[in-house]
Ligand binder design. Sequence first.
Ligand code: HEM
Length: 337
Amino acid sequence: MNTTLSLPSLLASSVAVAAAALGTAAFAQVDPNRMVDTFERVGGKFEGYRRSGAKGVCASGEFVGSAEGRALSVASAFSGRPVPVIVRFSIGGGNPKAPDNARSQRNLALQFDLPGGETWQMGNISAPVFGAATPAQFLGRLESLVPDPETKKPNPDRVKAFADANPEVLLQGRYFAGQPVPASFAKVNYWGVHGFGFVDAGGKKQWGKWIFEPVGGTQSLTDEEAKAKGPDFLIDDLRQRVAAGGVAFDFNLQLAEAGDRIDSAVTPLPEERRKITLGRLTVKSVSPDAGGACLTITYNPMVLPKGIEASADPMLAARAAPYAVSLGRRLGEGARQ
Ligand code: HEM
């Protein structure tokens, strides 16, 4: 949906929301090695693989920005000229054999290679919320899920006690439980989850949260269809759809208004917020094997171009260090996928 914003509403929202972002208290960072160790303790250690988003595939594409994108931000991604994008699709979690036919997370990670050597990286997920509000809460949740050495299963009392005290950690699981299994990597919505500021030529900033929405709409499987597909169909399905020329996403931005929270990965913007289309991403090719240009990239959402600014969401800044730790480990072990 394309709509036009009035200047006063843009100004009011950017000033108020920016003030909210600056006023947010700084959260203590968590030791990134301990975080990645805990991922391994919960989900297992798989050498050479990403510690999250392990099962995936590299692809490449092209992004063309819209006039609305150009009006909102000076970022060169929106120039209207095609920009090459290094894409990675994946399943959430550290297991490289995670089933494709479960009600679980799909990921869309992108690196826009912009003129002048600038890059824009992001990792988007198939839920409007993340699984924790702060890095400390995320670590606490993971620690509550570490299997007991005797039973080899998480201690249910510990899991319950942590979730009771931190109800935000259940939001994402509830979302996935209520959604059908996506029919394709190409047929599900991917949310950025964090708030970002879009800065125009006059320095005016509009806060918003983005969603990549498949052109032609989403598509899902019934439980019977999902069972029949089995645990490994998403990558072949993607190759077929891309070869047929049919994989594209609209890069849409929900515009925050005064009073909206843009510093929380567990608080979506109200559904009725105006949405504009910043441009279209077309996936042009998929790697024929486990290699490709995405192998050595860690999609760090703090790598932003001029014209895009990070919000004060504590989960956003907290991603860079554990991603670097995961990259170091998997490259050291011999990167696979
Ligand atoms: C402190 C919080 C977080 C930690 C510790 C964490 C950890 C990780 C790690 C270790 C990786 C693998 C990096 C690599 O080897 O390149 C990863 C990938 C990923 N994360 Fe996170 N993450 C966090 C928050 C988030 C949030 C809030 C999102 C929501 C958008 C997210 C989305 C993704 C995606 C989409 C990938 C896959 C990227 C790819 O395909 O390479 N993560 N995460």
